[in-house]
Every structure is written in C-alpha cells, then in structure tokens.
Design a protein around this ligand. Structure first.
Ligand code: GLC
Length: 447
C-alpha cells in the first residue's frame, strides 16, 4: 500500500497520498497531507530511504513561498501547506497544487504542518547525518521563519499558542479553538527541534534561539501545571475560589468549578491523570484528546510521573480509550445541544464518530512510542494485538465508529495510508525499541 501511495515529482518520490480509496468522500484525500506523511516518512527513514524524506522536506519548504497573500493582510511569515498534489497541465508539464487552508473544507488554517515539518527534519538529520541539507541557508531560513510566526506577539499573555478551530489533525469545527493541547505538544516539539537544528555559529540565529529557549521553559511549566488533571488537582478545582484579582490566585484563569462535567469524577481513576484538551480564560475543556497527550509523553512535555500516570489511565480505561480498535481520538463524545453548538450540527462528527469520539488507527504509532517511552511495553503489545488482524481484514479504514470502536467509520475511506504506516511503525518500534531514537528531538550525533 505504501508503494502504491507514492507521489512523484520530476521522477523523484516526494510524498504519499492520503488515501488510495477511489470512492473517497472528499477530493483532497488524493493529496499528500503533511501531517499524514509523517508516519510514512518515519517508515522511509527506518528503511534506509532517507532520500524520499529529504525530497519531501525540501519541496514543502519551497511550496511555502508560493503561498498567495490574502488581500488586506500585511505580508507576514507564512505557514506550510496542509497538503499538495502533483498535476499535469495541458502542455504536459507537472504543476504542484497546494492547499494553505485557502481550498480546504471549512477554510481551516494548517498550523500543525510547519511543526511536523521541523520534527521530521530532526528525524531526517538523525538518521541520514545529512547536515549539508539541514544546515543549508534555505533550511536555516525556513526554521527561523517558522519560529518568527510562532513567537510573534499576540493579544494575550499565555506561553501557549492561540489558534483557530480545526487547525490541526482535527481539521473541522469541534470546539477546539483557543489553546488545544495537540498544538501545545507540537509547539513544544517544534521549539525543541528548532533548538537542535539552528546553527549556533550563525549570528542570524542568536536572537531567535534565546527567545525559543525562554518560551520553551515557560511553556513546560505552564502546561505541566495548568493542563494536568489528576485526583488531587480535580479536588482543588472542585473547591476553587473564583473572581480573584491579582498575581497570586491559584485559580488564575478563573475556572468555575460548576463547569466540571459530571463524567470526570466518575471516570478518572484515583491514581491516574491526563492533560486536559484545552485551556483559556474561564474555560477548561475536560475532554481527553489522545494525540496531544501521547505527543506530550513522547517529546517530554509531560514529566516522568505524569507520563506514567497517563499510561496507567490507558490501562485502567482501556475499553473507553482503545476499545476494539486503537486509538480513540477524543473522549467522551459530545452529544445533543453540545454537539449542535460546538460542531455546527456536523453530520460527520456525530457522537462516537470521526473526530467526535471515533477510533483512529493512524494514532497507533504515537501510542506505541509513548507506551514504550513510559516503560509500558505491555500496553504497546496489547494495542498491536487488537489492531493487526482487524485492520488488514477491514481494508485499512481511516477511522471506526461507536463507543468501543467496533464499527467501520460510516464515511471512512478504505486504504488510508496512515492507517497502514502507523501499524508498520508500531511493529518496528516493538521489534526494536532502539528505532524510537528516530523521534528523539536532540540534534544528530553526526552533526
Ligand atoms: C481528515 C483528517 C486529517 C487528515 C486528512 C487526510 O481531514 O481530519 O487529520 O490529515 O483527513 O487524511
């Protein structure tokens, strides 16, 4: 499947298409998505095909400069595309068509692409040792531009990154605007990656290095403290005093205890914990989002004890968070009025489907990596066992429906590339845990 999904440009492989299903419900599934390519890219790196990853990284870097300016916006640093495809024009020449959110369903901004790009760049350097590319002027400039756009001053004071709805893997309205965890974990990963990649000797990098290092420190403290939820923290929030002005309030964000949903205290085991889905003024989104949590473990945004307790949550709440097909994207699903208001009555995101509580095999690799990282190889094995036969027998669906992930997603594609690459990576990580090193965000030893 991976071979069949290859995208060529001028004779070279530059990516993989999202789905090989000719009946896919949306046209953009035949694009190469930056986020979907990440597990493909890791497989290529581990299989000794680094050149493919280099082609991809270099093309995406160039594509960014093609982004058109939106009328009325001042020229600003640019994001990387959500996806691209190679087409032949009437003269028989290849053309690349990109989506920077300007064509996307719902016109969502792809904030995560540039962060995934940086994380994959470190992986590429680690495996290939090709510093000629990673330390080239274009790459170094590319890294600085990503940092400029992320570190810009905004209208707020949090160290976390403020983004619009649907700007990452959840690329539709799901009440995930603001400071969603997945973006914060990726932001953390991207800052670490940038610090590993920026050439010390280049004076142009000085200022941005210092700023990144400071932001990283603040981000870690903030997320570990304010996003973390366990029994102790839940009790504190339950008894929070509100309406307190000044510097020293424990309830700095003025979270109203009344906003804690009933399911939380029934569901959260006494000795487990997780990072909540989103946080802002007067707002704590208690939903559990898998990818943000798993990446936090993998990149070290969650500390050791938090990582262990998160994996313990998976152990204790296996049916809810993994079920009959790993991994549940978000728990619990929104229902009724909440679904109507927060998704805009989205029929694709009905309760226990798609982003709203569906199960996504594409998340398997992140689960396996996080479990191994936190010393829970047993959970990685269990997930692999649940997924392997069923995924192949079902034809590699994009997602599953139902509280326990029993049903093939109603509008899911078959032959979804990242459902397959996630399983390949899972095998590789389990069979040889030293391969996990590819995701370590330190610079290459060869550099
Ligand atoms: C859907 C997913 C998105 C993914 C894309 C291509 O839009 O929400 O995360 O990148 O499909 O597979």
């Amino acid at each position: 499947m991976l071979e069949a999904s290859l995208v060529y440009h001028r004779g070279d492989v530059v990516g993989t298409i999202a789905s090989l299903d000719s009946h896919a419900p949306a046209d953009n599934y035949s694009d190469c998505f930056v986020r979907d390519f990440v597990p493909s890219g890791l497989v290529f790196l581990l299989d000794g095909r680094s050149d493919v990853v280099r082609n991809f990284l270099s093309l995406v870097l160039k594509l960014r400069d093609q982004q058109e300016e939106v009328e009325g916006h001042r020229a600003v640093a640019k994001v990387m595309p959500a996806s691209f495809r190679v087409l032949c024009n009437e003269e028989g020449e290849e053309e690349i068509h990109t989506d920077f959110g300007d064509r996307a369903i719902g016109r969502v901004a792809p904030v995560d692409s540039m962060m995934w790009w940086l994380i994959l760049l470190v992986a590429y350097e680690r495996i290939s040792g090709d510093t000629d590319f990673t330390r080239s002027r274009e790459c170094q400039r590319g890294i600085r531009m990503i940092l400029n756009i992320c570190l810009q001053d905004r209208f707020e004071i949090f160290p976390t990154l403020l983004v619009p709805d649907g700007s990452f893997m959840v690329d539709r309205r799901m009440g995930v605007y603001g400071h969603p965890l997945e973006i914060q974990s990726l932001f953390f990963g991207a800052l670490k990656a940038a610090l590993a990649m920026l050439d010390d000797a280049d004076p142009d990098n000085q200022g941005v290095r210092e700023q990144s290092a400071k932001r990283l420190e603040q981000l870690v403290d903030y997320v570990r403290h304010y996003y973390w939820l366990d029994d102790d923290r839940l009790n504190r929030i339950h008894r929070f005093r509100t309406e307190i002005f000044g510097y020293d309030s424990e309830n700095a964000l003025n979270i109203h205890p009344e906003s804690i949903p009933d399911w939380v205290s029934d569901w959260l085991p006494l000795d487990a914990g997780y990072l909540v889905g989103n946080l802002g003024p007067g707002r704590m989104d208690f939903r559990f989002f898998a990818l943000g949590n798993l990446l936090a473990v993998l990149f070290g945004l969650a500390d050791e004890s938090q990582s262990k307790r998160l994996m313990h949550l998976y152990d204790q709440r296996w049916d809810d968070l993994m079920g009959m097909m790993p991994v549940k994207l978000c728990f619990p699903a929104m229902q009724g009025e909440e679904w109507r208001l927060k998704t805009g009555s989205d029929p694709k995101n009905i309760p226990w489907s798609y982003h709203n509580g569906g199960n996504w095999p594409a998340l398997l690799w992140a689960f396996t990596a996080a479990a191994l990282h936190a010393g829970r190889g047993d959970l990685a094995l269990r997930a692999r066992e649940v997924a392997t036969e069923r995924l192949a027998a079902n034809g590699w669906p994009e997602y599953y429906d139902g509280r326990n992930g029993r049903l093939i997603g109603r509008r899911a594609n078959y032959n979804q590339t990242w459902s397959a690459t996630a399983l390949i990576l899972t095998h590789k990580f389990i069979e040889d845990p030293s391969t996990l090193d590819v995701l370590s965000l330190k610079g290459s030893d060869k550099a």
